[in-house]
Unconditional design. Structure first.
Length: 231
């Protein structure tokens, strides 16, 4: 019986996959990409399924981290998830990377827990970030929509106090300290990455649907070299 949910995260060089039955993670795999995501992803998925003793046909749905993140990794993950979902005739959900980073650290609604700010280094001196709070129905509430900022603007504009998670580069850490944010907390990303959170968030948002409608999430247009004119 097809009752396994697959989570996929390929938004960064540290990628992860998770197989879930209900809320139980029955198998997961995390690795650092050494070549390209497109070369490694299916091999790691096949290994995960084989080690767990599960056939691909047992997968009932797929949730994929759709960005923001590295262009090649995000595109490879979304395209692979779409291909699998279409081949298996199952629904696919796109989940935002920053929300998946924040999700494990959100306190219960009404607990007075600090806002969770998820960050990743977007290059060019900018950081992608968003802020989340626990919602009364279990669905995270977005307090600050995803955006790109320099480190000093991020440290200044993020809610106070905050719990910080994600990729916290040295440049951002220095800016946060300069802003005097002594009431903030920094937490580590859970082992296994964002893949399991992708499945849980897809369920909470009722995001599963037509695989053809899923697309990558960008905060900055991808850098693609324009074709050269032919002589």
């Amino acid at each position: 019986m097809a009752d396994i949910d697959l989570g996929m995260d390929t938004a960064a060089d540290d990628a992860s996959l998770a197989l879930m039955r209900g809320d139980e993670v029955i198998a997961q795999r995390a690795w650092h990409v050494e070549t390209t995501m497109s070369q490694e992803l299916l091999a790691h998925l096949d290994t995960l399924l084989r080690d767990a003793g599960i056939e691909r046909t047992a997968i009932a749905s797929i949730a994929v981290i759709a960005g923001p993140g590295q262009y090649g990794g995000v595109r490879a993950g979304v395209a692979t998830a779409q291909g699998l979902a279409l081949a298996l005739d199952i629904p696919l959900a796109a989940v935002a990377r920053l929300e998946a980073d924040a999700f494990p650290h959100l306190g219960p609604a009404g607990s007075g827990a600090a806002t969770v700010v998820a960050v990743h280094d977007a290059g060019r001196g900018q950081f992608a970030w968003a802020a989340y709070e626990a919602g009364t129905d279990g669905v995270p509430r977005c307090a600050v929509e995803p955006r790109l900022d320099a480190a000093d603007a991020l440290a200044r504009d993020a809610p106070k106090p905050a719990v910080w998670c994600g990729e916290l580069a040295d440049a951002f850490t220095a800016a946060r300290d300069a802003e005097g944010r002594s009431g903030d907390t920094v937490v580590a990303t859970p082992a296994g990455g964002r893949a399991a959170s992708a499945v849980r968030l897809a369920r909470l948002h009722a995001a599963y649907g037509d695989p053809a409608l899923v697309d990558a999430i960008y905060l900055r247009p991808p850098s693609i070299t324009a074709p050269r004119p032919r002589n």
